[in-house]
Design a binder for this molecule. Structure first.
Ligand code: HEC
Ligand code: HEC
Ligand code: HEC
Ligand code: HEC
Ligand code: HEC
Ligand code: HEC
Ligand code: HEC
Length: 555
């Protein structure tokens, strides 16, 4: 009945000692709904100690792991649930949802087929059969398999004229090369695509290089920006500059490091008291504008974020920020504990999720997006396969068939950038100095943002295809678009330089235009968006919470 508080109270009085696995699972499920991840986890641990294969427990555990972005672990538990009698359909469906989150349409399609095959009514499940069918159609379209997509669509209960089904049919026909049928299906879809400006089209990835021919200028600019240089693997690693000689650990610890390079192989070596440990560099994250951190495997195969990072051209190798002075595990592991922080597969996946176009392509080095340099076009615009087909058939197919952030609201665009420019965990404390790295969070704390009815977003000041401008005059013009009482919308548009790839700022007429009482013409950013050092060594960040700072704070 949804009266979880009461139920929990009764359980509390019973005491958890007498509980069986199914009681613990039920209580865990209630705590999960109440978003108490820690409590859920504790109960699940106890339930699994009583019965490691208890299906309700595995079900709750899968959902907990998926909900806390531990998707690889969640996949593993879902696979165990599939093996429990009577739970296979539910397990496959959960696995399908997780593979979707992991941008793995092949895995998603396989799982959804299994679930629907075992139980066409999907009793016990989280989706209706019609919803599961439509997801299946999308999963096939994302792999460029229109025949399979058509079969899945026709097998389902959704009528061909239902708007979403008709819209998906337009993509099926587009991929199959039947342009007239695609146009006809699209006209049956009514207003389905209205307002879905950021929704990725269900299409295969094409890779950034496929965009170069028609979007030459954006391509050239984007590919030389730091977004496209924030990840390195393969032969690129051998070109990274490594220090000659030894580096002492920042915190002493009687530890010394050096790098060992042999052809394309680069290893970090940690030495302590005559013993040594090695980790092979496999990836590096960061363009090295602010920094670059290598990740690799130690001798026992564990992933390690290296304890040494490089901080920008002209700077040097130094302690990786966030690593403790004395790492855990020094007693048992000896020097290998100093190689760096151990990452599990989900930790490593998260580094990829924010530093490349498509995690699976980059890790498996497979598919067109595997050739992308770090973050490419399709990370923000979604897969481009349908778009390229539509453009090649132009002007017959009337949709662009690609996500169009240009038409999205300021809030939507800011949320797009915040997928990477905000922390993954929901809680950020305002007084934590590290928040300065999360522009996607701090900007939204500004009154400029909350008070301007969507007129301010990341693309008001940044061209998403280029690095940040560094001139104070550039940003001053942005501030004055809203803080010059004499400024009109037409004036702001006219003042917008034609070469500026940022969005024109149009402040609604009813919003107050307040000038600065201290300096109404100049120096806005130095005083209201100061740059701060100390969060990451050897570099600074810009405080995106635009506000009035006390004298002692601004520098
Ligand atoms: C065959 C040429 C062609 C190719 C290849 C192509 N595009 Fe386009 N694209 C166009 C045309 C034409 C338009 C519509 C006119 C315009 O806005 O430039 C367009 C529009 C767009 C838009 C919408 C622009 C807006 O105004 O909102 C985006 C986004 C886009 N393309 C991204 C891509 C990406 C990403 C790729 C690579 C995966 C790609 N395009 C490949 C021709 C192409
Ligand atoms: C939630 C998204 C996200 C995740 C997860 C993430 N990064 Fe980043 N990373 C960013 C963004 C955004 C920047 C640029 C702005 C900044 O530094 O905050 C960045 C910058 C960097 C830099 C440049 C130096 C610096 O601090 O600016 C390095 C090095 C780096 N990341 C390494 C990693 C590694 C290694 C992992 C995994 C352990 C990782 N990142 C995980 C989003 C992420
Ligand atoms: C970091 C996210 C991001 C990446 C990566 C990205 N774009 Fe965009 N793109 C956007 C946003 C946001 C807009 C809308 C900007 C606006 O409203 O001013 C946009 C707009 C566009 C437009 C519309 C026309 C224009 O000039 O603004 C085209 C075309 C386009 N992008 C193509 C590409 C291509 C091609 C690539 C890869 C070379 C690419 N984008 C990479 C976020 C991105
Ligand atoms: C896939 C994750 C991701 C998304 C989405 C993303 N960024 Fe970034 N962004 C990064 C990372 C990682 C870096 C650090 C690049 C480096 O290593 O120097 C970065 C760096 C930047 C920089 C600093 C570039 C410079 O001057 O050095 C700006 C500005 C920026 N992003 C703006 C945006 C905007 C605006 C959007 C949304 C349209 C956006 N980003 C979306 C991951 C992302
Ligand atoms: C899209 C319009 C817009 C832009 C661009 C903009 N602001 Fe604002 N700003 C506002 C609005 C709206 C308010 C709130 C006014 C009010 O409620 O009185 C505000 C408030 C402020 C305040 C007062 C904050 C407080 O907490 O009391 C400062 C300071 C400020 N802006 C500085 C700047 C600076 C500096 C820039 C450029 C870096 C800038 N703004 C860019 C719209 C904007
Ligand atoms: C009012 C203007 C403004 C808006 C809006 C804005 N930025 Fe910035 N941003 C700046 C300025 C100024 C800098 C510093 C540029 C320099 O290096 O001189 C900067 C720098 C950055 C950097 C480089 C790292 C740093 O902190 O210096 C990143 C990353 C970044 N912005 C991301 C974003 C994202 C993401 C958004 C949206 C949430 C956003 N910005 C919105 C003005 C803005
Ligand atoms: C020397 C530092 C400095 C410079 C330069 C500066 N400001 Fe300010 N600004 C302040 C201080 C301090 C206040 C608070 C004044 C007060 O409350 O008496 C303020 C207040 C504001 C306010 C709030 C006004 C209100 O009545 O609520 C806005 C908006 C603002 N500044 C915008 C700007 C813009 C835009 C620029 C650039 C054209 C700019 N500032 C340049 C220090 C500065």
């Amino acid at each position: 009945m949804g009266r979880e508080g009461l139920a929990q109270g009764i359980y509390d009085r019973l005491g958890t000692d007498a509980m069986k696995a199914e009681d613990l699972a039920l209580l865990a499920s209630a705590l999960l709904r109440a978003r108490n991840a820690e409590g859920t986890e504790k109960l699940l641990e106890r339930a699994l100690r009583i019965d490691p294969r208890h299906p309700e427990t595995l079900d709750v555990q899968t959902r907990l792991l998926a909900g806390t972005d531990r998707l690889e672990q969640a996949s593993n538990v879902a696979r165990r649930l599939i093996k429990q009698p009577g739970w296979a359909a539910r397990g496959w469906l959960l696995l399908g949802l997780i593979r979707h989150e992991l941008s793995d349409p092949a895995g998603e399609a396989e799982a959804l087929e299994e679930a629907l095959g075992l139980d066409p009514r999907l009793a016990l499940a989280l989706k209706t059969p019609a919803e599961a069918r439509l997801s299946l159609v999308r999963a096939y379209l994302s792999q460029g398999l229109p025949a399979e997509a058509r079969r899945a669509l026709l097998a389902g209960p959704a009528g061909q004229d239902e708007p979403q089904a008709a819209w998906l049919a337009s993509r099926i026909e587009l991929q199959a090369g039947n342009i007239d049928a695609a146009v006809a299906a699209l006209s049956r879809s009514g207003s389905y695509s209205n307002g879905r400006n950021l929704e990725p089209d269900p299409a295969p990835l094409a890779g950034a290089k496929a965009c170069a021919g028609c979007h030459h200028e954006i391509f050239e600019a984007q590919q030389s920006s730091h977004h496209a240089r924030s990840f390195h693997t393969g032969p690129g690693l051998a070109r990274l500059a490594i220090p000659e000689g030894n580096i002492a650990d920042r915190f002493g610890n009687d530890v010394r490091f050096h790098f060992d390079r042999d052809g394309e192989k680069t290893e970090l070596v940690a030495r302590k008291e005559g013993r040594e440990a090695r980790a092979l560099m496999e990836y590096a994250f960061g363009s090295d504008d602010r920094g670059l951190t290598p990740v690799g495997r130690d001798a026992s195969g564990r992933w390690r974020e290296f304890r040494l990072s490089h901080y920008g051209t002209g700077s040097d190798w130094d302690h990786t920020s966030g690593h403790s002075a004395v790492p855990t595990g020094t007693e048992e592991e000896g020097p290998s504990a100093y190689l760096g922080l151990v990452l599990d597969t989900d930790d490593l996946r998260r580094c990829f999720d924010c530093h490349v176009t498509h995690t699976r392509s980059a890790r498996d080095r497979h598919g067109p997006a595997a050739g992308d340099k770090a973050i490419g076009c399709e990370r923000c615009h979604g897969p481009g396969g349908n778009h390229i087909r539509a453009m090649n058939a132009a002007p017959r197919f009337p949709e662009l068939a690609i996500a169009q952030p240009r038409l999205a609201s300021g809030e939507e665009v800011t949320a797009l950038c915040a997928r990477c420019h905000s922390p993954k965990s929901a809680e950020v404390r305002r007084d934590d100095p590290k928040v300065i790295r999360f522009q996607g969070t701090t900007l939204t704390w500004s009154r400029c943002y909350s008070g301007s009815q969507g007129a301010l977003s990341c693309v008001s000041c940044h061209d998403p295809h280029r690095d940040a401008e560094t001139s104070a005059t550039y940003y001053k013009a942005k501030c004055l678009a809203c803080h010059d009482p004499a400024q009109t919308a037409a004036g702001a548009a006219a003042a917008h330089a034609p070469t500026d790839g940022a969005r024109v700022i149009e402040l609604p007429e009813n919003v107050r235009r307040v000038p600065c009482p201290i300096n109404a013409r100049n120096g806005c950013v130095e005083c209201h968006m100061p740059s701060r050092t100390g969060v990451v060594p050897h570099t600074s960040f810009t405080d995106h919470q635009i506000r009035i700072h006390g004298d002692s704070e601004a520098n």
